[in-house]
Design a protein around this ligand. Structure first.
Ligand SMILES: C[S@@+](CC[C@H](N)C(=O)[O-])C[C@H]1O[C@@H](n2cnc3c(N)ncnc32)[C@H](O)[C@@H]1O
Length: 246
């Protein structure tokens, strides 16, 4: 199937993504298919996908893995949560129930190691990153994006009320919807920040930072990540493109 690629960053692309997000609950298929195509376009800006091994860590129900496969990659989905894996019914063929902290893969097997919106869901992002580095071949690429805690979307379904505190935001969510929020701070959502994460990846000797930018912003996508303080609110979602050192 062919599709139109959006210029990135561009207003058209951001509007299309925003519209898709608004219908995430009612039309997850359309939302995640678009997001997967968009992320695969981003990866292809740095490396061809045909014939490459792409490991999708925390890949949920497999939209991204399937898009990588459509583009000729050998996509391997590792997802620890069986319910996420089966959210669309039958799991993606070849998917593995596996934790990102301990991937059942040999050192250096991946040309690309990919984790979209997973880092904010792990309590120890540095160890998680190290495991991604381990399975990536020297010279291979890592694609890591996450929503930071102070992003307007940091509280996920309870946003933007997380700015008033996680507990208050959860209580409000329950009052309004009648059921509990999917995410609980400290259990399956963790307060990750942009400044410390950038300092961490820049300080690592096994990685070089190829790009650090807002994943969804239509303009100033890289510039916004350079302004301490402001970046914690204005970036929304940080995309890191990293290369494993040879
Ligand atoms: C918000 S979803 C993102 C799914 C998909 N990558 C996407 O971008 O739509 C977060 C995913 O991270 C997964 N996850 C949480 N802890 C993980 C871990 N320790 N290792 C790998 N994946 C994990 C969850 O099961 C969930 O599928």
């Amino acid at each position: 199937m062919t599709h139109t690629s959006f210029e990135d960053p561009s207003v058209r692309r951001s509007i299309a993504l925003f519209r898709a997000f608004r219908h995430e609950r009612t039309d997850p298929e359309q939302c995640y298919s678009l997001l997967a195509r968009d992320a695969a376009d981003q990866v292809e800006r740095y490396t061809p996908l045909i014939g490459r091994v792409v490991v999708d860590v925390g890949g949920g129900s497999g939209h991204f893995t399937e898009e990588f496969r459509r583009r000729g990659a050998l996509g391997l989905l590792c997802e620890p949560d069986h319910r996420e894996l089966c959210a669309r019914g039958t799991p993606t063929p070849g998917a593995v129930v596996a934790d990102g902290y301990l991937l059942p893969l040999a050192d250096g097997v991946a040309d690309v190691c990919f984790a979209s919106n997973v880092l904010e869901h792990v309590s120890d992002p540095h160890t998680f990153l190290s495991e991604m580095v381990r399975v990536t071949r020297p010279g291979g690429l890592l694609y890591v994006s996450f929503t930071n805690w102070l992003s307007p979307w940091g509280g996920h379904e309870t946003a933007p009320w997380h700015y008033l505190g996680a507990r208050r935001a959860r209580e409000r969510y329950r009052r309004r919807t009648g059921y509990g929020a999917k995410h609980t701070l400290g259990e399956n959502l963790f307060p990750i920040h942009i400044g410390p994460t950038l300092r961490h990846v820049r300080g690592r000797t096994d990685l070089t930072v190829v790009a650090a930018r807002s994943r969804y912003w239509p303009f100033l996508a890289s510039a916004v990540t350079r302004i301490p303080g402001l970046r914690e609110i204005a970036t929304w979602n940080l995309l890191l493109v990293l290369r494993r050192c040879s």
